[in-house]
Design a binder for this molecule. Structure first.
Ligand code: TRP
Ligand code: SF4
Length: 404
């Protein structure tokens, strides 16, 4: 029995879109960098996911993967704390995807909201493929193969995590019934010690007989804190609570970042495809140019016209980059027409440039040493494979695919 604690394990993935922008930095990477010190983190460059929508233009993939890896590393995602790897270098993801596809109803995939939405917005791309339909299942496999309990994502991914939970539940329900499960679970209860065992039994009864969901939550919290029983027994007791079997694939939880949404130069969401992004590797004079050209509150036609920061995309940058004092200065100056827009932008230009200087120095080092980046990714994949294989061994077993 392996010693995985899902609650301590993080997995997240990012499509290889090439160089990253400050929206990725503040919205995602800073969160990862915080998590890598307290959790066992797996960060995956999901190159197969890129193929689910962009199978017709594959020329850029490897360059995009390298660019993204450089930016992760430059931002401070650390290979000595976290495991960084490329999805396609861990082919075990594909095997789990295949095996899960056997039990995944097509209707579940069709009702994932992004399926219809993205097809409608696909601008000439044909997304009527099997791969595109199945990509939430591929994402589920990415997570479940590491038995990761914690998945840091943006709000747009919540439906995918919920989907992964449903797939895990169905899998556990179908295959978690080992021979003698009940007696093993009862034996595990005894190992909890008298007091805890009684508490567990009562809470389980309250849930199973009266559908008391609070009791279920309390019992789960109780189990989580148990240090004395093995993880195998813990999985059994989690499963026994709901009446099913052993938890082979734990259900992951989403972890939403608290970073404010960062707006692009034009006030829409910052995205490469919107051509409104400040990239982490933009040169200082490009940053200055981009910010100077940003549109502001349309009410400020003349320098003497007062404005309202709430209607200005520049304000979202102040919220991210400026001290309370600078923000008060900008707000007051804007509403009273005491300052001009270029004045208002000056401290931001400085702040963004300063923030990116050390990051760009590190990016340059990695760019000059692509073999180092490749080695980091290869070592990451090697480590990820060890963990992935352990899960697959159990999964194969559960499915009756054991030939020795
Ligand atoms: N689908 C995610 C996105 O488009 C990327 C992704 C793939 C992912 N696999 C994942 C995110 C696993 C979290 C966990 O952003
Ligand atoms: Fe925007 Fe600042 Fe100009 Fe006001 S003064 S409109 S906040 S750039």
């Amino acid at each position: 029995m392996s010693l995985v604690d899902p609650a301590r394990r993080v997995l997240s993935g990012m499509r290889p879109s090439g160089q990253l922008h400050i929206g990725h930095y503040h919205g995602v990477l800073k969160n990862w960098i915080r998590l890598q010190h307290t959790y066992e983190c797996f960060f995956c460059i999901v190159d197969w996911h890129a193929l689910t929508t962009d199978y017709a233009e594959v020329g850029q993939i490897s360059e995009n993967v390298m660019d993204m890896a450089v930016d992760w590393l430059a931002a401070g995602v650390s290979p000595s704390s976290a495991t960084l790897f490329i999805q396609s270098q861990v082919p075990e993801h594909a095997e789990l995807h295949l095996l899960l596809s056997m039990i995944c109803p097509v209707s579940w995939l069709e009702r994932v909201p992004s399926y219809k939405e993205q097809q409608e917005q696909a601008h000439g791309k044909d997304l009527g493929t099997f791969g595109f339909l199945g990509y939430p299942l591929l994402q589920a496999a990415d997570i479940l193969i590491y038995r990761a309990g914690v998945v840091p994502v943006g709000g747009d991914q919540l439906a995918h995590i919920e989907f992964a939970r449903e797939v895990a539940r169905r899998f556990n329900h179908l295959y978690g019934r080992e021979p003698g499960f009940e007696s093993k679970a009862e034996a595990a209860i005894v190992k909890l010690g008298k007091k805890t065992a009684a508490l567990y039994t009562n809470l389980r009864r309250a849930f199973q007989e009266q559908g008391d969901v609070e009791a279920l939550e309390t019992a789960r919290a109780l189990l989580k804190d148990q240090q004395t029983i093995t993880l195998g027994d813990k999985e059994r007791l989690f499963g026994y609570l709901e009446g099913g079997g052993k938890v082979l694939l734990p259900e992951p939880q989403p972890l939403l970042g608290e970073a404010p949404k960062i707006l692009g130069l034009d006030g829409r969401k910052m995205a490469k495809s919107n051509h409104n992004a400040i990239f982490l590797r933009d040169r200082p004079d490009d940053i200055e140019e981009k910010i100077k050209r940003m549109p502001t509150d349309p009410a400020r036609v003349h320098r003497t016209d007062p404005g309202e920061p709430q209607r200005c995309p520049v304000w979202s940058l102040h919220q991210l980059y400026s001290s309370e004092q600078t923000r008060a200065w900008a707000e007051e100056g804007c509403r009273s027409a005491g300052i001009g827009c270029l004045e208002c932008k000056a401290p931001l230009i400085e702040a963004v440039q300063q923030e990116l200087i050390p990051l760009q120095a590190r990016a340059a080092d990695y760019q000059d040493n692509p073999d180092l980046v490749r080695r980091i990714l290869a070592e990451g994949a090697e480590h990820a494979r060890v963990e992935a294989r352990e899960t697959l061994t159990e999964v194969r077993h559960a499915l009756g695919l054991n030939y020795r």
